[in-house]
Design a protein around this ligand. Structure first.
Ligand code: GDP
Length: 142
């Protein structure tokens, strides 16, 4: 058994569609605990830096515009095999290909407005948590 941390974002389509609670319920029912969270509106610079690996992709501008278009909920999720578990609960990038019951199948609007981000590896999780959270903000219990 391996308790891990991963990084999650509830994207603007889902904060604005009132699906924050529904999405967190999927995490909590499946063994992932929210161990840190911040509600924020990302600056263009912060969003571009986060998605820098996609800079040359044709959808980069659209992605940054979307991620800065409304509030996001930035979260650290903690649980057994949290990185893989979160990816499984999210479903495929394009909701048209996402399995039944996954967050993207339930709540995403399109391949761009797809409700959630989740780290795709342990290294990405560490890097992404550090990008948005100070070490002492990531608490397990008081
Ligand atoms: P993820 O790991 O499943 O989030 O997918 P990727 O790392 O491949 O892509 C990052 C994000 O870019 C996705 O979650 C989408 O929000 C966005 N994205 C990916 N492909 C497309 C596309 O074809 N069009 C648009 N507008 N956005 C895309």
């Amino acid at each position: 058994m391996s308790i891990e941390k991963t990084f999650s974002i509830i994207k603007p389509n889902s904060t604005l569609d009132n699906n924050i609670g529904n999405i967190i319920a999927v995490f909590e029912k499946n063994g992932l605990r929210v161990s840190a969270a911040k509600f924020a509106k990302l600056s263009k610079e912060k969003a571009e830096g986060f998605y820098i690996e996609h800079k040359e992709r044709p959808f980069f501008g659209e992605l940054v515009n979307f991620m800065t278009s409304g509030p996001v909920l930035l979260m650290v999720l903690e649980g057994e095999n949290a990185v893989a578990k979160n990816r499984e609960l999210m479903g495929a990038t394009n909701p048209a290909n996402a399995a039944e019951g996954t967050i993207r199948k339930l709540y995403a609007k399109s391949v761009g407005e797809n409700s959630v981000h989740g780290s795709d590896s342990h290294a990405a999780a560490e890097r992404e948590i550090a990008y948005f959270f100070e070490r002492n903000e990531v608490v397990n219990r008081f």
